[in-house]
Design a protein. Structure first.
Ligand SMILES: Nc1nc2c(c(=O)[nH]1)N[C@H]1C(S)=C(S)[C@@H](COP(=O)(O)OP(=O)(O)OC[C@H]3O[C@@H](n4cnc5c(N)ncnc54)[C@H](O)[C@@H]3O)O[C@H]1N2
Ligand code: MOO
Length: 395
């Protein structure tokens, strides 16, 4: 049996198996989370004209001024201002021709039709110049950019109702084991509710174009190979369970019987050591360990990056930040470890229960603490790398 490989090498080997998917046109309001295949080119200029940034008066020359009209949102003043003239103006309204200054209304004193200032106004301080945000034909978003809320607004503001994004991958999830039941109400002392497919579907929500749920599959080679075949031509197949060395751990034999190419099996990672990665025709297969926390951790470190990579993300791997330990940590073993932890924005502490089957502890965590291989005990107060998790729990 070969030695487990290092995490970073395993992640790189996995990403090397797949390339970003092709393009499709997506309505901007359905594009949240997507990565752009092509830049977004502005079809209009924003602002489309010089606009006032405050409520007040657009003036021409020195005061006092005589008031001759109004410019408000959607209704510009139709004429031109000459020296000594002013108009009422609203925030976001078009500056009339001839105006040089906006006098904010807090500094204005009206006497009949005459406008006086109580404090000096300063040139174009309250004017947003035409095109200062972007001009027509400029690239306002680039290939590889991810569409978030601000990008939705920007694309629409640029006059684009669709974007050209990478296609999202199709995913098949297979879970298996004779102890699993799909109806939690039917779990007796020798059965447990199947939870991994549902958890993995939740983790990958919005990152696939389609997720096919298969199982629970029984512990037989025939059942597992049939499950692989029923995954059809999805881009990625993910199994959970049956990845280890027991007599009923059938993922490796099933893949071998189907002629898959095994990329690697076993990573120096805790939890998640028995992770298996293979290529079955054009499909990438991830065999996740069955323990629910191991499945969660390997999905976070491998499946989510693979989905991002195929969806066109330039940087697919999760990025860490640092936080200060509020509790000491014991020495680590020879596998890189990801401890379930609670992070309050400044301090972080590992949760007490680190067993790879403990869902309650996992659900109480909102971060991983990453510990390098063979690292010594770490004192409270030390800054350590953490990965915030979208995992319910603390906001
Ligand atoms: N002799 C050894 N035994 C084990 C080793 C080893 O190196 N030598 N590795 C251990 C490690 S580490 C892990 S992790 C597990 C992974 O085992 P499998 O991937 O083969 O998973 P199973 O044995 O099928 O299941 C493990 C555990 O998880 C539960 N499970 C499985 N699927 C689901 C599901 N869909 N929903 C809920 N729970 C599930 C299953 O009932 C088991 O309790 O192997 C160690 N053993
Ligand atoms: O790696 Mo296993 O995932 O230690 O429990």
């Amino acid at each position: 049996m070969t030695r487990p490989i290092a995490l970073s090498e395993a992640q790189q080997q996995l990403l090397n198996l797949a390339t970003p998917l092709g393009s499709e046109t997506v309505a901007v309001d359905s594009a949240l989370g997507r990565y752009l295949r092509e830049p977004v080119v502005a079809r209009r200029t924003q602002p489309p004209a010089d606009l006032s940034s405050m409520d007040g008066y657009a003036t021409c020359g020195d005061g006092p001024w005589s008031l001759i009209g109004e410019s408000r949102g959607g209704n510009p003043f139709p004429g031109q201002l000459d020296a000594g003239q002013a108009i009422r103006i609203s925030t976001g309204a078009v500056m009339p021709d001839g105006a040089d200054t906006v006098l904010i209304q807090e500094h204005a004193k009206i006497d009949g039709n005459q406008l006086n200032q109580t404090a000096q106004s300063s040139g174009r301080t309250y004017v947003r110049s035409k095109g200062f945000d972007f001009a027509a034909t400029e690239h306002v978003l680039g290939a590889g950019d991810q569409i978030g809320p601000a990008q939705v607004a920007l694309a629409l503001s640029a006059g684009c109702s669709t974007v050209t994004a990478h296609r999202l991958p199709q995913l098949a999830l297979i879970e298996g084991g004779d102890e699993l039941v799909s109806d939690p109400a039917l779990a007796d002392t020798h059965h447990i509710p199947a939870t991994n497919n549902a958890m993995l579907a939740a983790m990958t929500h919005g990152m696939t174009c389609d997720t096919r749920m298969i199982g629970p599959v029984t512990d037989s080679l025939d059942a597992l190979t049939s499950a692989f075949k029923s995954a059809g031509d999805t881009d990625i197949i993910v199994t959970s369970g049956g990845a280890s060395v027991g007599d009923h751990d059938l993922v490796l034999p099933a893949l071998e019987s189907l002629g898959a190419e095994i990329t690697f099996w076993r990573v120096a990672l805790k939890p998640g050591k028995p992770l298996l990665v293979a290529k079955l025709g054009h499909q990438v297969v991830l065999g996740l360990p069955g323990n629910p926390v191991s499945s969660f951790t390997t999905a976070f470190l491998f499946l989510l990056p693979l989905l991002r990579h195929m969806a066109g993300a330039p940087f697919a791997l999760p990025r860490s930040t640092t936080a200060q330990l509020s509790q000491p940590l014991p020495a680590n073993g020879s596998r890189r470890q990801f401890l379930r932890a609670v992070w309050d924005g400044t301090h972080v502490a590992a949760v007490d229960e680190q067993d790879s089957s403990a869902l309650r502890a996992l659900a109480s965590a909102n971060a991983f603490i990453e510990r390098p291989e063979n690292c010594a005990g770490t004192e409270a107060g030390t800054f350590v790398p953490i990965y915030p998790l979208k995992n319910g729990g603390i906001a």
